[in-house]
Write a protein that binds this ligand. Structure first.
Ligand SMILES: Nc1ncnc2c1ncn2[C@@H]1O[C@H](COP(=O)(O)OP(=O)(O)OP(=O)(O)O)[C@@H](O)[C@H]1O
Ligand SMILES: CC(=O)N[C@H]1[C@@H]2OC[C@@H](O2)[C@@H](O)[C@@H]1O[C@H](C)C(=O)O
Length: 392
């Protein structure tokens, strides 16, 4: 027998597993790494976050991804090169970070690699299947780090009729559902998304959806207008401008907001090219950024109210948008019946949450004893996810 297959079998039989979850989101700010110790699976899962770090990418590396990211037309050889290069870059960041933490790679049971989304195409016409593409190949990661790697989590969800996103609901449900509390786990990354965990804990009542832009438009506008900045730190620019009613109205009229829930999206849809055509003449960059900040908050609030039908409950916020104080003020004002808190109060550092959720998906794939093909969690197909890549 291939000893790596035996190792895989032994990992699945261990009382606990050390899994390094890896996430690089649509903001392209860096690689988030969450080293987690798991016991159990499903609702019995326990997760200890042992280390978390986010290592920023070099400007050159970010530019190489932006050259293909969500673009209609690209230089195809660059995409091919990036598939290897992203994995190689992630592998060296992982090895450096494990060394800094004092963790021997041989003690890590598995990597759970999201990869880098370069294109996300949910199909609204019925003419095509949904499709999504994450690159940064898992075999490269496994070979270069010597650690068994689970990667490419979104494809099976698409194969089963899902959009491949959001996937946060599995971890949100297993780790955070609570009886008698209407819980909303909101992540504001490049894109906003939330999981609704009903107080009755009935898995068929769980809801999950993307809401529209989180930080992606704000970041893009800042990059285009302030050469030395890549995001609106602490909303300094937005606070110096004011919300423009006409621009906001045009943004809210975008067809994405008419589509029924659940839905997923990305910078393929919410990008500067589309939005700049809507900017009223003469509007300052600061007013645009103030309006885009309000727009993200309002579309998040509307999605929560319309999809869940709730007027009160508890919202736990994670992702970089939780660090934008103006976005949080808008949310508090737009969702007056809700208690809004940083998701860190649930016991996992909020910046780490998405990387933890992918580590949890890998734990499920290793441990789930009932991977029935017709299961659903809320509106979503529910299966084990991730391709298994062996080091040698
Ligand atoms: N202090 C801050 N003030 C304002 N905005 C902030 C602050 N800190 C982080 N952000 C925003 O958060 C973004 C990063 O968010 P995050 O890391 O959650 O994104 P991501 O994981 O790439 O996104 P996604 O979940 O959509 O894939 C930054 O680009 C910035 O817009
Ligand atoms: C295709 C893709 O990478 N989607 C991301 C992105 O970032 C937020 C939102 O858009 C969400 O749909 C998803 O990520 C999270 C982690 C998810 O799948 O739950």
């Amino acid at each position: 027998m291939n000893p790596q297959i035996k190792q895989l079998y032994q990992i699945a039989e261990k009382p606990s597993r050390l899994i390094l979850g890896l996430m690089s989101g649509t903001s392209l700010d860096g690689l988030d790494m969450a080293l987690c110790r798991f016991t159990g699976q499903g609702l019995e899962t326990t997760c200890d976050l042992i280390h978390f770090d986010s290592v920023p990418f070099s400007t050159e590396f970010k530019e190489s991804i932006r050259a293909v990211f969500a673009k209609e037309t690209i230089h195809f050889p660059s995409l091919c090169t990036l598939n290897a290069n992203i994995a190689r870059t992630h592998a060296s960041i992982i090895l450096e970070t494990l060394a800094r933490w004092g963790v021997n790679p041989t003690d890590v049971d598995a990597l759970a690699s999201h990869g880098q989304t370069v294109m996300h195409c949910p199909d609204r016409t019925g003419a095509n299947p949904h499709s999504t593409l994450q690159i940064g190949d898992g075999d490269h990661l496994a070979h270069l780090t010597g650690i068994i790697t689970l990667s490419d989590f979104r494809q099976k969800h698409v194969a089963a009729g899902g959009e491949g996103a959001p996937l946060a609901m599995f971890g949100d449900y297993f780790l955070f559902t609570k009886a008698e509390e209407e819980r909303i786990l909101l992540n504001i990354g490049g894109i906003g998304n939330f999981t609704y965990l009903p107080a009755n804990q009935d898995p068929t009542d769980i809801l999950v959806t993307d809401t529209g832009p989180g930080n992606t438009l704000i970041d893009a506008w800042v990059r285009a207008n302030y050469t030395e900045k890549s995001f609106d730190e602490d909303a300094q620019i937005a606070r110096s401008g004011k919300v423009d009613a006409a621009f906001l109205k045009a943004l809210l009229a975008l067809p994405f907001f008419e589509e029924s829930f659940p839905k997923s999206t990305g910078p393929e849809y919410f990008n500067v090219d589309r939005i700049s055509q809507m900017v009223p003449e003469g509007l300052s960059a600061a007013d645009c950024i103030a309006t885009l900040t309000y727009f993200s908050a309002e579309t998040i609030a509307l999605a929560i109210q319309h999809y869940t039908g709730l007027e009160e409950g508890y919202v736990y916020v994670s992702g970089g948008g939780a660090r934008n104080p103006l976005m949080m003020e808008h949310l508090a004002q737009l969702l007056p019946g809700f208690t809004i808190q940083d998701s860190a109060v649930l016991g996992i550092e909020s910046a780490a949450k998405e990387a933890v959720l992918f580590a949890l998906l890998a734990n499920e794939t290793l441990m789930d004893s009932n991977p029935a093909s017709d299961r659903r969690l809320g509106d979503s197909p529910w299966m084990t996810m991730g391709k298994i890549c062996l080091p040698n």
